[in-house]
Structure formats: C-alpha cells, structure tokens
Design a protein. Structure first.
Length: 326
C-alpha cells in the first residue's frame, strides 16, 4: 500500500444547491493528474459536523468517479443517471447524506474520473453497443472509453505489481489520503466511510488500515473467497484480489479487521455478483471476529439485487449518525 497524502489542496469553485454548500476541491498525491473531489455540507451549518468519505463504485464505469454518487454544480450525464437508476435508487447518495447533517467528501480515485488514464482515442470496438441499446445506436464518448478501460484493468494491475505495489494498494493509499484530509478540516468532527460494491471494498480497506475512521458501511460487497470460486471470480475487479491476502485470511477477515470498531455490512441477498452461501459465510466469519463486541457489528440482509437503494441508504445514514455523534 502506498503512503500518500493530499498535498496542495485547492478550492477550484463553490456553489449552493438549496440547503447545501458545495466545494470542488483538487489535490495532488504525487503522481498523475490532480485528484478532483466534491465536498458537500449543510449550507448554514455551525460547528463541527460528522464527516463521511463517500466512496464511488466500480460498475465498469471509469469515465467518471465521484459523479456516480455526488451531484456537483452541473447536471448528471445520461450515463450517470442510468447507473444511479440501476443501483442507487436514482439518487446521488452523497448529497442525500449531506442533507442529513454530514460533511461528505466524494473523490475520484486512481483510474477513475480525473485520475483516469488519457487515451489517444476513446473509440470502442467497431459496432460495439451497450446491453439494452438499439442495434446500431451510437455510443457516447464515456461509453466508448469504458469499453476500452474494461479490457485494460489487468494491464494496470500488472504495472502496479511490477512497480512493487498493487492496484488495491494504490487505491487504498489514495483513499487514506482523502480521509486524512477530511479529518484535518476544522468543520469536521468524527469521520466514517461508506460505499457500494467496489466502493464497499474501498470502505473495507479504509476501515482496516485507518484506525481513525470511526464507522464503516460496506454495501453489497461481502462474500467468502472460497464460495466465489467456479463462477464468480471473473465478475470482479482486480482490486478484490490483493496479492497474498488468502495466505493471511479470507476476504471477510479483512472486512472485520477493524473489530471491535463499528461496522455495518449490508448483504444484498439477490446479488447476482455473489453467491448466497458466500454472503452467509462472510456474515459468520465477521460475526466471529466481533464475538466480544456484537453490538458493534450491524448486519443488514436486504432482499434486493446488487444495489444500495434508498431504504439501504437511509438505514446506513441512521446508523452513521448514531456512530459519529460529535
């Protein structure tokens, strides 16, 4: 894992959206383009508020990062709306969370959005189309980029390994830097984190490596490794397979490494990306890790497909509010 810091933080612009104040921030982690982030909080808030690092998902969409879960001053793109309708209940959960009285930081991470790789062309394979598109429908620049990026994540992972780190380690290092920045702000008190899917994996990693993250929400991203063999491994990002982890424990052991610190895991029981047996085994492993502090582990079983829908979000918001009282 890289030891990174958010250096030379700049406020690029500010805006208001009804009862919210927004800031677009940028910083450098020492390599690549500057990270862009949205900072959202109640417009007329006084005193330190609880903070949450909102972690965007993978979803096979690398053209954008933070915009998948956070609205800035502009309108979301059609691609973002499509994604939100599918897995986020149609809303930007970072903004909804800020309206509940939190300071929320949503940042791009390595290979997404402002941190994505430049390409000479964003053209996808001739005739390629998204599932659900009419035959011959033109692809947007974002969709063309994502088609190419989907086929090159293994190349990124190999380069990270050749440089002595891992794809997982670089992403985790950037998230640690973002969390440290959020804690440094005078308008922020205790800090937690939350994410869906790849964002849930990032939340698990941040909770495991940063003891100052008070509370962690992992949504639709928990299963044992053993139950994923033979049909589920290939559906997931290289971030889920950090080199050497299986020699130390199963993936749920990583999620629970923060025990007895507060942890909420939301299991989407109709999740097509994880077998039910793997989710139930993950729950058992995590529960065993929390056997001396069972009140600190909140397990939520939702009869939904792979998603972080509005009821799941609201349950997470209530729990975060209880854990992050200033």
């Amino acid at each position: 894992m890289l030891d990174l810091a958010a250096a030379d933080v700049r406020v690029e612009r500010t805006w208001t959206d009804g009862d919210l104040h927004g800031e677009e921030l940028s910083w450098s982690v020492g390599f690549g383009p500057r990270t862009r982030a949205y900072l959202l909080k109640p417009r007329d808030a006084g005193g330190p508020l609880p903070g949450v690092v909102a972690l965007h998902c993978h979803a096979g969409m690398k053209w954008v990062g933070k915009e998948k879960i956070a609205d800035g001053p502009g309108e979301p793109s059609p691609e973002v709306r499509r994604l939100r309708d599918g897995i986020y209940g149609g809303r930007a959960f970072a903004n909804a969370l800020a309206r509940r009285g939190f300071v929320v930081l949503a940042h791009d991470v390595f290979v997404w959005g402002s941190r994505r790789f430049p390409l000479e062309t964003a053209e996808g394979p001739p005739g390629a189309a998204r599932r659900g598109d009419a035959p011959g429908a033109p692809l947007s620049e974002a969709d063309r980029y994502d088609l190419l990026a989907r086929e090159h994540e293994h190349v990124v992972a190999k380069h990270c390994a050749a440089l002595g780190t891992s794809f997982t380690g670089v992403v985790a290092g950037e998230d640690l830097a973002a969390a440290a920045y959020l804690r440094s702000r005078p308008d922020v008190g205790a800090v937690g984190c939350a994410g869906l899917s790849g964002g849930g994996l990032r939340a698990a990693l941040l909770g495991a490596f940063d003891p100052d993250v008070r509370a962690v929400v992992v949504a639709a991203m928990a299963s044992s490794y053993r139950d994923m063999l033979g049909g589920h491994v290939e559906r997931h990002t290289w971030m889920l397979w950090p080199p050497g982890l299986p020699r130390l424990g199963d993936y749920p052991d990583l999620i629970a490494a923060r025990a007895p610190g507060p942890l909420m895991v939301q299991y989407a029981m109709r999740d097509e990306l994880f077998p039910e047996a793997g989710m139930l085994r993950a729950h058992a492993i995590i529960g065993e890790r929390y056997r001396d502090a069972p009140e600190s582990y909140a397990a939520v079983f939702a009869e939904v497909p792979h998603s972080f829908d509005v009821p799941m979000q609201e349950r997470a918001f209530d729990w975060l509010a209880a854990q992050l009282k200033v």
